[in-house]
Design a protein around this ligand. Sequence first.
Ligand SMILES: [Zn+2]
Ligand SMILES: [Zn+2]
Length: 214
Amino acid sequence: MTELVIKDHPVRKRGTRKKGKSIEFATFVGIDGEGINVNLNTCYLCTHPREGHDPRHPFVEEHRYTLLAAAKETHEIQGSVPEKGLSIENLSTRECLDLILDIPLSHKIFAYAFGYDLTCMLRDVDNKSLYRLFRPELRARSGADAMKGPYPVRWECGQFLYFLNLQGTKFTVTRYDRCSSCLEADRKHRFGTRPRRCDSCQSSKRRQVVWDIW
Ligand SMILES: [Zn+2]
Ligand SMILES: [Zn+2]
């Protein structure tokens, strides 16, 4: 894992500091994931017998994203999946996004070469959504709304509704935990439009931003 050490840096909005008040310091968090290649014990060239297999034949390997961890500048672990130990299983998209969302919004998250991590962690998202996510020009708003940046990509996972946005080096993830009545209402009336979100669903909103410092 790349070690990321960033010095305290004051953050405040312009003109918000009152006289005599100390400057607030943001907590910086570095996030990084690791993958491994797993030998699937299947020959790339033939259906081989175990014994006497041609040793020149390569075996099929699968790349798996197996660890994602976030640490503060003090090296204190902010969170990781898996929580303890190591695994050779792929992390799910939900596990990865939820790890990011579990970090308080007041913390500033940075990653290095996050494109690799995003490609791996978003494996459960359908190809069409991924295509759009990596091409913000296809998601651009028009007219006066263009200032708000591109539309996010929606991804539903069970009761959870995620919105993903990627703009240059900024990745934003938003999650809503939807209530059973909104889910039930959507099941009955599927118009292919926006998933229903009542006030309670709306209040479950969590959001985080990851900056790629590549
Ligand atoms: Zn073979
Ligand atoms: Zn609801």
